[in-house]
Design a protein around this ligand. Sequence first.
Ligand code: BES
Ligand code: MN
Ligand code: MN
Length: 456
Amino acid sequence: MKDVKKYIEANKDRFIAELVELLKIPSISADSAYKNDTMAAAEAVKKTLELAGAENTELCPTAGYPVVYGEKIIDPTLPTILVYGHYDVQPADPIELWDSPPFMPVIKDGKIYARGAADDKGQIYMHVKALELMIKTNQLPCNVKFIIEGEEEVGSVNLGTFIKENTERLKADIILISDTSMLSMEHPSITTGLKGLSYLEVEITGPNRDLHSGVYGGAVANPINILSKMIASLTDENNRITIPGFYDNVVEVSAEERAEMAKTPFELNDYKDHLNINDVHGEKGYSTIERTSIRPTLDVNGIWGGYIGEGAKTVLPSKAQAKISMRLVPNQSSEEITQLFKNHFKSIAPDSVKVVVKPHHGGEPYVTPIDIPAYQAAAKAIATTFGKPSIPVRAGGSIPIVALFEKELGLKSILLGFGLNSDAIHSPNEHYGIFNFLKGIETIPYFFENFSQLKK
Ligand code: BES
Ligand code: MN
Ligand code: MN
């Protein structure tokens, strides 16, 4: 690859300006009020792919939001890289905690602030711009296909069908994804694993209506009291999950691999400072890095019921509800864990209440082996552009479609993300470093080059 830095330097202002335009579109897939905007984001991504030089671009309809497709086939005998990403974003709330409106991008201290800046619009644009760079400088070394979906943040529910129906069109040698983060810019890392996910909503019903908490309190089960106890019992004094069978299929990582992981540059004090916490919390016997990478976890994502308006209302509510997620590690099956949760949660409820457990979307865990040529191509690319070796790290986040890519297309994914954990994805004031954005554009062409050479 030649003139990579030169091309980026000459075009970076336009690259940033184009990303800013995309970030102005509130493509919130979870909220139907943003349907037109989400469609507009799909159109915008298709257009930039065309401008970059992609061919056969198309908005492929699904039962939900369309998949943006584009390709550049230079020679069918050469390898093909399939790039995946998502143009949808998380809801912006709590909106009052943003320092600037989430869909009015602001550049401050070398970072672009907007919902979707890092997850994943900024990262998909790195690939679009890298494609432009390789085409315009006549250096595209292999074929490339893009699928950018619009439902990742709501569980990619329709993408599976799209993949099954398009196995021929999606034929490739490797999948390349930038939708994860690095340890830091000083310690570049490549994500080697994603957690699976099991997500449920629970509803506890006591009496058939809200009651006076004096007249009935103490004599009729309060669903919020009961739900709190039930949730509290899901973890024990060592912060291990108490659902029978929960750990049965968990792959225990070898002592050697754990010793390797312990060398990961990580400052517990900085971590605590960043989050303004006095101490961390988690499964006994495991480090923070291990807890977020190789161990399964359980969290309440939301809990509600009763009176939450201003002032005090004395009420014994009829219902209490919660949204609960479990992050899964290799060999745990999302469906099985959901079933175990359901059975257990129902079994621990007292007769005084009724329990309904509603499963939401889920996904399977994924691991990228570090001894495959594609991983080495990525490591070599990082070494070239960062001037230092990369560190393999498993992520705590989930991209459910990655396991499905392997199952349906037989393809491994390289998770070459350029975000940082401090980018505040899914939180107020999400941002993406311009340095990270440009470094991504610089690194991707080297991955293309290295991968093409390895496959020769
Ligand atoms: N890009 C994230 C996943 C991610 C973030 C992986 C950071 C590794 C590091 C993705 O957009 C996401 O948010 N996924 C959801 C799952 C989905 C089913 C809603 C998640 O992990 O909560
Ligand atoms: Mn994402
Ligand atoms: Mn996300």
